[in-house]
Ligand binder design. Structure first.
Ligand code: SF4
Length: 346
């Protein structure tokens, strides 16, 4: 990467228009270049065929386009695709395409590594190197949309921020990427089809609520008992359940949107009636959905999926309390693309 040159995609459309005016050209030229960068996905200035050679050379002198590169694509036998994505500084993140009969979902990363330390998650073993830029997040979505069209004959329908990293620890860039994904100048996707999944950063949940964002919120809860949650998600000691619950009450008061909880049931960790009752107590204040997720073992044996009987007890007790429950089967396990398995092993 050339450190002296700025990434042209860090510029807003207005900044790009101003740049051209300062160069003695027309502001309209900025619109054309902006369209090439975002709608047409140009990887180089040479791709911009309706821009004069002279102008392209001038752009080349001032800027770079730090596009991501899909280094390796793996396809699972169940249709899931995992991309190992190389960034301009040679760091790698992963993103996943999950097809079902009704939708194709992109699971994208927001950080290189993760600043949190969930014990059951392979990504937590990678040191957090840096936050992703808005365009690096956007590019992952575009790459997966292209793969969805190519291999599954349909465009991407949904996006979850559930790959590497804690999205609310990279709040501004995640929101900028979502703006671009939802804008007509980007992919024009509905924010209702986007879910930001957080481990629970109360201050940022409140901020999102105050900004009246239009996308959905999911919380990786896994336990509604502080002691248990802190033992598997140590940052819970800093952001205890009381604070998380208060921030979610604020979210619901502001947005009136249902809250989804991601929840894995592990043998001997959170599989008792006490755990189930605590979960019901925690989430019954607002319309809620609990996604019971099948666990994907990482290399050590500390965490084992709970028995079917335990899962059934969760389902019947939650339903008896009018809480929607879904059981999410794991996808892409054969290529380490399932939840909690992203760790740059390719
Ligand atoms: S589960 Fe999410 S927040 Fe926790 S360590 Fe893994 S990537 Fe980070």
């Amino acid at each position: 990467m050339d450190k002296k040159k700025k990434d042209v995609r860090a510029l807003t459309k207005d900044q790009l228009r101003d740049f051209f005016v300062k160069q003695g050209d027309k502001a309209f030229r900025g619109n054309q270049v902006y369209e090439w960068l975002w709608q047409k996905g140009a990887h180089s200035f040479e791709d911009m065929t309706n821009i004069s050679l002279e102008t392209r050379q001038m752009l080349q002198e001032h800027f770079v386009i730090n596009h991501i590169r899909v280094d390796q694509m793996q396809r699972s036998e169940d249709g899931t695709i995992k991309n190992a994505v190389r960034l301009h500084d040679d760091l790698i993140v992963e993103s996943v395409l999950i097809p079902t009969s009704t939708r194709t979902t992109a699971c994208v990363s927001s950080q290189v590594g993760c600043s949190l330390d969930c014990k059951f998650c392979a990504t937590s073993r990678l040191k957090r190197m840096r936050n992703l830029n808005p365009d690096e997040i956007y590019d992952q979505v575009v790459a997966i949309d292209n793969e969805s069209r190519l291999y599954h004959n349909r465009p991407l329908s949904n996006i979850v921020f559930m790959g590497m990293g804690e999205p609310l620890m990279n709040y501004n860039n995640v929101l900028k990427a979502i703006d671009k994904i939802t804008s007509d100048e980007g992919l024009g996707m509905s924010p209702k089809r986007i879910t930001v999944s957080t481990s629970g950063v109360p201050k940022m949940i409140k901020k999102m609520a105050d900004e009246e964002v239009k996308f959905n919120l999911a919380v990786s809860l896994h336990s509604a008992i502080d002691e248990v949650r802190t033992s598997i998600m140590p940052f819970n000691a800093t952001f205890p359940l009381k604070d998380l619950r208060e921030s979610l009450e604020h979210w619901y008061a502001k947005t009136k949107k249902r809250i989804t909880y991601e929840y894995v049931v592990w043998d001997g960790i959170n599989d008792t009636d006490k755990d189930i009752d605590a979960l019901i107590e925690f989430c019954k204040f607002a319309p809620s959905k609990v996604n019971l997720i099948e666990y994907n073992p990482i290399d050590d044996g500390d965490f084992q999926q709970a028995s079917n009987e335990s899962i059934d007890r969760y389902i019947s007790k939650l339903e008896a309390n009018h809480i929607t429950v879904t059981v999410r089967r794991s996808r892409g396990k054969d290529i380490d693309a399932a939840c909690g398995q992203l760790a740059n092993k390719t």
